[in-house]
Design a protein around this ligand. Sequence first.
Ligand code: ATP
Length: 218
Amino acid sequence: MNDKNTVIVIGLGRFGQSVCRRLAALKQEVIGVDNDMHRVEEVADIIDLAAQIDATDEEALIKIGAKEANVAIVAIGENIEASILATSILRGLDVKHIIARAQNSLHARVLAQVGAHRVIFPERDMGMRLADTIVFPWLSEFATLPGSSYLIGSIDVTDEMIGKTLAELNFRNKYNLTILMLERKGTKFIPGPDTVLQQGDILTVIGEREDIDKLQNL
Ligand code: ATP
């Protein structure tokens, strides 16, 4: 993403602050709010605008620039009522992309009902991801195709592939993966059935986790 986003982060606990720091490092415009002044002070020097407001106060949110934000992150944790009200207000202000943090599945459902475009469970998701990376160490290098179980990422050619064309290997059927791109000595191109694989080639592939894992363990 090249354009600069204006992101409002509601709730500056560990999670909200971490989001703020990272966004600021990525040179995004960041507004952070919390009703606890200490939390506000902790990020005041890092982000563009930090303010002590109650996130359930619509006027205060408008004053701080919530309407100008194209992304809102509702990072409030324990206070479920405040997180739902803030999400609803932001949706009413027509913020284009609202990401809200849920504590449990009912909370998640209500957040979606009041207008969150995306609901996240940071602790649960991090725990799952950590467990996954222990079983599949290569996983952190791969991206998930949103809304699917497909993963996209790069693999090195294996010895059995070297010197053979993709057609000879019957690549797609043999490995159940589709090659999107080949990188050879810094040059990237889309290979055809007659492309002969060479030592050092890197393949960008799309496929299911189990199929990628089989190849990683060859
Ligand atoms: P984290 O789980 O991110 O470490 P935490 O456990 O300190 O944070 P949470 O209950 O998760 O605290 O809330 C995150 C932040 O949201 C807190 O700093 C809290 O002050 C803030 N917050 C809660 N309710 C409101 C509200 N109505 N308006 C603004 N900020 C709020």
